[in-house]
Write a protein that binds this ligand. Structure first.
Ligand code: GLY
Length: 384
């Protein structure tokens, strides 16, 4: 079986790896470089509890399933590629600032334990005085998303896959209603199966009937990276609070992230930088002495209902793996498992994620935007 995957982010490569191991001949087309989209600028939190607090939703179930796959996925990737991907399941702190309303009673995904502000500070001494209380979620993990993508690319190629970087998929070709090819500036690739895994760019390829175009909108996020003064240690845990998250990675911390509907704009803004720094310093006052070492912007792929889009599209031969929104890294092993088994074994996919669920609807995406812009108030905004 020949498969063409569009997008060499974590989803496309993980699916490609699984399919190649299952005996398929797989080519991944990438408009830029491997892992250069949302993966490059991702915090790498595997944050089922922090991101998907309410238990029992299809997405929270999917997150738990992905979380359970992660230890084996990480071990296999590291063993095969020889690249350390920084996978650590050492829990996250979810903080409530003084003056914030108590946390809703809705149950968090997975185990968690309430902590006093003092107990939270004992775990993370950089935390300031302005805390009300905290929750420790021990099942939360993290991974270095950039190393993850490098490792995935190595594993995929070792399994016989081919990555064609800087080769943009421009136009799909249908014959008798079935997907038969995708044209790039260089050639037309023919295959039995095509998988759209192009993240925020999933709706940009020509040639599809309108109802088959994945309903994906880019949601911009900016992240800053801070380096400590000499002799100062980075936090041990991922910390969430005051509207941001702080992620330790390679002796620095990532502070993220803004949320904004800005089309395909990935410019770096002073307003986001200032806001992220201020919020992070509200959590950990000592960060005011840390040096800004990087500033990133990326685009999350979001569906109108915020859920992943996984499965068969309305065009024969075309499958979709998109809409991972804020959870692309967490979901990766589960997306790879579902899509590879769908293609190879024709398993059923959760109808909540069915790419065809939007047909005949005019649903609009509702995004909670961060109040980092002058005059911004964090209000929910709609986009079609
Ligand atoms: N998962 C974190 C973010 O999208 O900012």
């Amino acid at each position: 079986m020949k498969v063409v995957i569009i997008g060499a982010g974590v989803a496309g490569l993980a699916i490609g790896w699984k399919l190649a191991l299952g005996g398929a001949k797989v080519v991944v087309l990438e408009r830029a470089q491997v892992g250069n989209g949302a993966t490059l600028v991702s915090g790498g939190m595997l944050a089922a509890a922090a991101e998907l607090g309410s238990a029992g939703s299809p997405e929270a179930d999917f997150a738990r399933r992905a979380n359970a796959l992660w230890p084996e996925f990480a071990a296999a990737l590291e063993a095969q590629s020889g690249i350390a991907i920084g996978y650590r399941r050492n829990g996250a702190l979810l903080l409530r600032m003084a003056g914030e309303a108590p946390r809703a009673e809705e149950p968090l995904s997975g185990d968690h334990s309430p902590l006093t502000a003092e107990a939270a500070r004992a775990l993370e001494p950089l935390l300031g005085e302005d805390l009300a209380d905290a929750v420790f979620a021990p099942g939360e993990a993290q991974v270095d998303s950039q190393a993850l993508c490098r490792a995935l690319a190595v594993c995929f190629v070792q399994a016989g896959g081919e990555v064609r970087a800087t080769e943009t998929a421009v136009r799909f070709e249908l014959t008798g209603g079935r997907m038969t090819g995708v044209t790039t500036p260089f050639t037309t690739h023919r295959a039995d199966i095509f998988i759209m895994a192009a993240g925020a760019w999933s709706a940009r390829i020509e040639g599809l009937p309108p109802e088959a175009v994945p309903k994906i909108v880019p949601v911009k996020g900016e992240i800053i990276v801070l380096s400590p003064p000499a002799g100062v240690s980075v936090p041990m845990h991922v910390v969430w609070g005051n509207g941001v998250y702080i992620v330790p990675r390679r002796q620095r911390v990532l502070v993220g992230a803004t949320m904004e509907l800005a089309g395909f704009d990935t410019s770096l803004t002073k307003t986001a930088l200032t806001w992220l720094r201020r919020q992070a310093e509200g959590l950990m006052p000592a960060l005011k002495d840390w040096r800004l070492s990087e500033h990133w912007a990326g685009l999350r792929p979001a569906a109108p209902d915020g859920l992943p889009i996984l499965g068969q599209s309305s065009v024969d031969g075309l499958f979709v793996a998109s809409g991972q929104y804020r959870n692309g890294i967490l979901f990766a092993p589960a997306v790879a498992d579902v899509l590879s088994r769908l293609v190879l074994e024709r398993i059923a996919v959760d109808p909540a994620f069915d790419p065809r669920r939007f047909e005949g609807t005019t649903s609009a995406l509702i995004v909670p935007q961060t109040p980092h812009k002058e005059g911004g108030n964090g209000a929910w905004s709609a986009a079609s």
